[in-house]
Design a binder for this molecule. Structure first.
Ligand code: SF4
Ligand code: SF4
Length: 61
């Protein structure tokens, strides 16, 4: 199982992760990224590497 977390203190809502994630894990909610479909994560780490604010953590559990 994979856990996807967004640090909302760091996230500025740029939508990079929403646009880049191949599994459509993220949606924007109240100006912040919300990993609402984290269970679909393919662990590609594109979001982690692309987030300008380093706000995303992906952990294999
Ligand atoms: S890429 Fe990072 S800063 Fe941009 S919306 Fe996603 S989590 Fe927020
Ligand atoms: S690791 Fe890949 S599949 Fe998982 S949330 Fe990030 S971009 Fe999407």
């Amino acid at each position: 199982m994979i856990d996807v977390q967004v640090d909302t203190e760091k996230c500025d809502g740029c939508e990079e992760c929403v646009n880049l994630c191949p599994s459509e894990v993220f949606q924007l909610a109240n100006g912040k990224s919300d990993p609402y479909q984290a269970s679909d994560c393919a662990n590609c780490l594109t979001c982690v590497e692309s987030c300008p604010q380093e706000a995303i953590t992906v952990t294999e559990m």
